[in-house]
Structures are given as C-alpha cells and as structure tokens.
Design a protein around this ligand. Structure first.
Ligand code: GAR
Length: 210
C-alpha cells in the first residue's frame, strides 16, 4: 500500500475525490497526511472528517521560499511518502523541493497544458474565445506547469460561460482524472523519466485526452 501526502491551499475538492478513491479501494494507497499552507483551507476539514492527519505550515512564518520549502520537506518526509500530490497547492516550489521529490510529485492544473500555464486559466480561456478548455495532470519539474503531462480531459467552452460555470465543468473532470492517475502510480504502472511520463512501458503523448 503506497503512502501518499497531499498538499492543499483551499477547498480540497480534488483531495476529496482522492480520499473517496482510497476508501473505495480504487486507489491502492493510503493518504498519510494532508498539509496546507493556509489554516482556513476547507480541505483540512475534509481530511479530519476522513480521519487523516493534518498539518498547517504557513509560508508567512518563513523568511524565504527556500526556508519554507525546507520545512515543508521535513514535514512531508515524516510520513515517508511514495507519492506527493499537489491538489490546489497554490505555491511555486523551489528547485530543491522539486528535485527532492523527482518522479513522485504530481500536480493538477486547470487548463489543457501547455496552454495557460500560471494563474486565471478559466478567464484567459474565455477571453481568448476558446471553444474548448480542460485540465491536466502532470509530473512536476522545475519548469512551472511544464512537467510531462500524464492525462488531460477536455470540456466544451460555451459563449455564455463565465468563470463559475466553466470552473465547475472543469472540476468535474479533475475529480475523474486525478484519482485515475494516482491509481496508476500506486499500481506501479506510471513513471517519470526525465521529461517523459510512461504508462505500462509506453511513453505518454502530451495530448492524451481522457
Ligand atoms: C483546481 O481546479 C486545480 O486545478 C487548481 O486549483 C483548484 C483546486 O481546487 N490548481 C491550480 O491552479 C494549480 N496551479 P480544489 O481545492 O477544490 O481541489
């Protein structure tokens, strides 16, 4: 059974999807801890309700990004995770942090990467007049939102969409693809090798839509 540590900053709906998938046995893994950089992150309530150890590590009490990430590594490594899952963890990570977890660090991003790296992805897709949008699960590398994509899901973007309607549609897909990718990892089927993601011994192309 793989040990998973999940990092969050907010609502934690993706965390909930992964909690549910572990409980049902869909993911052969156990969430050993949920760590948030914000004390009011609702995901902490979701974790406590599920009987999962939680910790708040506020970035505000550290002088630099380097110091915070060192403390974060210490907190995470107490749980000896096989996998670290970023689920709406809204911080840029230092190269030292990313290197420490190379090959066992996953993120979900609300766009069809490589489109719309960074913030405000839904508004940017609307402003660009896109007719489709989506989400991507990827391994994390030092390149922000640039690591190898494992799985993406597309949604339609309608002319009367606003950020709320679009983000709800994307979230539904996030809750489908993130547990699936975590399941693959925990089944030892998914690996990162340099800038490529491999599933069952095959290189995954960047646009593998679910
Ligand atoms: C998700 O939409 C996720 O893709 C996004 O934050 C949201 C968290 O929702 N992540 C990023 O923007 C990372 N750059 P949740 O807290 O309900 O899971």
């Amino acid at each position: 059974m793989k040990s998973i540590v999940v990092l969050i900053s907010g609502s934690g709906s993706n965390l909930q999807a992964i909690i549910d998938a572990c409980s049902s046995g869909f993911i052969p893994g156990k969430i050993s801890a949920v760590i948030a950089n914000k004390a009011n992150a609702y995901g902490l309530v979701r974790a406590s309700d599920a009987g999962i150890t939680t910790q708040v590590l506020s970035h505000k009490t550290y002088a630099s990004r380097d110091h915070y990430d060192e403390a974060l590594i210490d907190a995470i490594d107490q749980h000896q995770p096989d996998l670290v899952v970023l689920a709406g963890f809204m911080r840029i990570l230092t190269p030292a942090f990313v290197q420490h977890y190379a090959g066992r660090l996953l993120n979900i991003h609300p766009s069809l990467l490589p489109k719309y790296q960074g913030l405000n992805t839904h508004q940017r897709a609307i402003d660009a007049g896109d007719t489709e949008h989506g989400c991507s699960v990827h391994f994390v590398t030092e390149q922000l939102d640039g690591g190898p994509v494992v799985l993406q899901a597309k949604v339609p973007l309608f002319s009367d969409d606003d950020v709320a309607t679009l983000s709800e549609r994307v979230h539904e897909q996030e809750h489908r693809i993130y547990p699936l990718v975590v399941r693959w990892f925990c089944q030892n089927r998914l690996q990162q090798q340099a800038d490529q993601a491999w599933l069952d011994g095959n290189i995954l192309a960047a646009n593998g839509y679910a």
